[in-house]
Design a protein around this ligand. Structure first.
Ligand code: CO
Length: 163
């Protein structure tokens, strides 16, 4: 188990296409374990593989002890719309109010290849939606107003330049 480096926006890894996972082996379980370690090290509640530079369809979530490994997750239904404040480990220190579905149905496999179908609402729906967005190359910054987006881009670019 190991803590990996988290890619920060505008790292190109965050926008790459992700590959479907077909093999549920020890390597996949080790990757999931590393992802949990990395997420906990940054006090996060969710982490998707592109955030550690791996272009595969896997994300981990630990929301109030509800620990999930999402392999090849797909949102099959969504309903309503809520505005919530979201953060992201790839945008450290930034919290923005964004819209997301009020309720979602998600189908995914876990690290053992077992299939799950879950209906989620409240903040859990928001967290699952955020992580699945990552696997499709969609980021927090895509879901804010154009004006806000321009501001955040500048802020993140300045931060990258300061390093
Ligand atoms: Co995120």
């Amino acid at each position: 188990m190991a803590v990996r480096t988290v890619c920060v926006y505008p790292d190109a890894a965050l926008r790459r296409d992700t590959e479907e996972i077909t093999v549920f082996d020890d390597e996949l379980k080790a990757l999931a374990a590393d992802m949990f370690d990395t997420m906990y090290a940054s006090d996060g509640i969710g982490l998707a593989a592109p955030q550690i530079g791996i272009s595969k369809k896997i994300a981990v979530i630990d929301y109030h002890g509800d620990k999930n490994v999402l392999v090849n997750p797909v949102i099959t239904a969504e309903e309503g719309c809520v505005t919530r404040e979201e953060g992201c480990l790839s945008f450290p220190g930034i919290y923005e109010k964004v819209e997301s579905p009020e309720k979602i149905t998600v189908e995914y496999s876990d690290e053992n290849g077992e299939k799950h179908i879950r209906e989620l609402d409240g903040f859990a729906a928001c967290v699952f939606h955020h992580e699945i967005d990552h696997l499709n190359g969609h980021l927090l910054i895509d879901r804010v107003s154009p004006l806000k987006r321009a501001f955040l881009k500048k802020k993140m670019a300045k931060r990258a330049g300061d390093k």
